[in-house]
Each structure stands twice: as C-alpha cells, then as structure tokens.
Design a protein around this ligand. Structure first.
Ligand code: MRU
Length: 359
C-alpha cells in the first residue's frame, strides 16, 4: 500500500533510543529528542512532549524495547524483569488513553516465554515496531473510510490534535480531514484552539499548514455560533477511550461540541482505531478521567493570567454519551447506530486477534 507522505517523523526508534518530535516545543521549534532511559520516556509522556492516544501507546512500546535494550547482563530473566518494571512506570504516566495500557500489554505478551537477553530484546522491539506499523495502516484505512462521509466542499470542525503527531501515522480525525481535502470533500476546517494546552492552536494549525489544508483557528467558545449559523457541515474528533456501549472519552470540550452538533442537526463523527475501544468498560462512567495540574488553566504559555489566589479545576477529558455520536470511523469500517451489534462484532474481532497473537 503506498502511503501519503508525512513530512515529519513524530516517533521513531533509532540507535538504541526513542526519538520524539518534542510537541511542547512546537510550533516555534522542531526539536527531536533522543531519549535514552525509561524515566525520560515516562517524563515525555507525562508532560506531553508526546501526546495523543495512539502516539503515547507507541512511545511506551518503544520505551519497553529500550528497557530490554538497557538491561544489564545477568541470569536468564533479567531483561524480562527490566521490561516488567518499566511497564509499571510507563503505565502510570497518563490514565485516560487506553492505547497506553493496550500497547504495554502487547509488548509484555510478546516477550512472554523468552528468557535470554537477546530474544527478549528482539521480541520487544519487533512488537513495538509492529504496533507502530499497524497504526499507519489503521490510519490509512480510517482516512479512506471516513472521507466519504463529508459532502463535497464541506467545512469541518475539529477539536484538539488528532494528526500524525497524535498517532505516529497519518492521524485519526485529522487524517480523515486531510484525505477529505485531497478528494475535494473538505474545503475548509475550523480548528478549536483547545484550551488549556492549546493542542489546536499549536499542533493542529501546524499540521494543517504542513498538509496545505485551508483553516481558521477558533476560540473553543466560538463553535456554538458557527454551528448555529449553519457554517459547519460536520464535526469530527478522535478519542482516548471508547467504552463497550460507545460512550467516548476525548479531550475536554468534546462533549459540548457533541451536544451542540445534535442540537443544530450537524453530524458528529468519532475517528478511532480499534485499539482505542475498551470492551472491558461497560460505559463512560467506568473510564478514568485525568485531572491535570491547575497551573495549566491558571497560566497561558507559562505566564499566569488568573487573578492572584484563584484556584482552578483541570479535568483533561470528558465523556460523550454514545447517543450523541452519528458514527464511529474505524479501520474496520464505519459503525452506525444502533451501536450494540457493530460494537459487539468489533469486540469479538479484537478478542480473536488477541488470542491469535497469544499463539
Ligand atoms: O491530552 P492529549 O493531547 O493527549 O489528548 C489527545 C486527545 O484528546 C485526542 O483527541 C485523542 O488522543 C485522539 S488522537 C488520535
């Protein structure tokens, strides 16, 4: 399959290090970090040098390959123990995106049964590479399946950042948008700036520029009046974790957009790979929501803007109930309501794949 060119490499493994395009430095600076320890990888995920559900999963998988690579020589089982210790550290970095735990579990399953250093190293790295490669393919399939949902010449609204930076591939929702632009279905994008971390203003704007897609940034609060005025033909977002019933956790602000979209009769799409579905969680109430530091709300770009003494709440995600979702775009196709049957089939497919991988 030929791949559309992404003119930057958000995540890579090279020369025994995890290489990341530092997303906290963008758009001012394109700085690539070479992370040589598991603690550095964990810090990068925690402070969001890499972010986006699939991207943090892939990074953690390479982090486990790094743990195996760095394991000291010792009796059989030494490298596997180092990988398991690293898994604990990396799994604790961010709670909401299920791709993190999913990718870690895949690498742990891949090394199970290997004892010698060389075999553990090879198995961990091969699995991390496979996870990364599969994300590319899933993104490509989502882009093709999703682009046709937009009417020709549509203006599409999106939230947060869901491009190559967020997946290490082509992106989820942003991949669908870019493909839609190539096919003449998307004419213009409104990108929410996405307070408080400004993933839209800093990252989505930068990525849309790299792809030459026309857009305007909007303050998050401007979405309502644009939808009310009929200036948006579709809303599309990504996801961090989707429960068995289709309730969807994504960047805080997504729920408000979904409510608005339903009110104004605009389709609301969620693009996510199957690895973002958590079939063990019955509904959105079971999804852990990350609370980040209040300083992210009290400050803008590290400069305090809030009144002295003001406190802040900072839930990083919210949950959109499944009935507000018009359709899910996945690499397995477009799922439409009622979701019970297609999500049941997806769960069965994911379970079968897991059994197949376990050999
Ligand atoms: O806090 P972030 O920037 O990691 O949150 C990212 C999002 O909410 C994205 O919308 C989601 O991970 C989907 S990305 C493909």
């Amino acid at each position: 399959m030929t791949r559309p060119h992404v003119p930057y490499e958000p995540i890579a493994w090279a020369d025994g290090a995890v290489r990341l395009l530092d997303q906290t430095a963008l758009p001012e600076e394109t700085r690539t970090l070479a992370l040589g320890s598991v603690d550095e990888v964990a810090e990068a995920i925690r402070v969001m040098r890499v972010r986006g559900a699939p991207a943090i999963g892939i990074t953690a998988a390479y982090g486990l390959a790094l743990a195996a690579h760095l394991a000291p020589q010792g009796p059989d089982g030494t490298a596997a123990k180092a990988v398991h210790r690293a898994a604990e550290v990396l799994a604790a970095t961010r709670p909401t995106a299920v791709n993190l735990r999913w990718a870690i579990d895949r690498v742990l399953r891949a090394i199970a049964g290997y004892e010698g250093e060389a075999t553990v190293r090879a198995a961990a790295l091969a699995e991390a590479r496979a996870i990364h490669e599969e994300q590319h393919d899933a993104d490509r399939a989502m882009a093709e399946a999703g682009a046709v949902l937009f009417p020709p010449g549509a203006t599409v609204l999106t939230h947060c950042n869901t491009g190559p930076l967020a997946t290490g591939g082509l992106g989820t929702a942003l991949g669908v948008i870019v493909e839609g632009y190539r096919e003449g279905r998307v004419a213009h994008v409104y990108a929410d700036e996405t307070r408080p971390r400004l993933q839209g203003a800093r990252l989505t704007a930068w990525e849309l520029q790299q792809h030459g897609v026309p857009f305007d940034l909007i303050a998050d609060a401007a979405a309502a009046s644009l939808l009310a005025a009929g200036r948006v033909q579709a809303v599309i977002v990504g996801a961090d974790r989707i429960a068995r019933n289709g309730d969807t956790a994504n960047k805080v602000g997504t729920l408000g957009l979904a409510v608005l979209a339903q009110h104004y009769g605009v389709p609301f799409y969620v693009a996510a790979p199957v690895s973002t579905f958590d079939f063990d969680k019955p509904d959105g109430a079971a999804i852990p929501i990350e609370e980040r530091d209040a300083s992210e709300v009290l400050e803008v770009g590290g400069v305090r803007v809030a009144a002295p003494g003001a406190s802040a709440l900072n839930p990083a995600f919210d949950v959109t109930p499944a009935p507000l979702v018009t359709a899910f775009v996945t690499e397995a196709g477009v799922l439409r309501p009622p979701f019970e049957e297609p999500l049941g089939m997806l769960a069965a497919r994911a379970a079968a794949l897991k059994r197949e991988r376990a050999g």
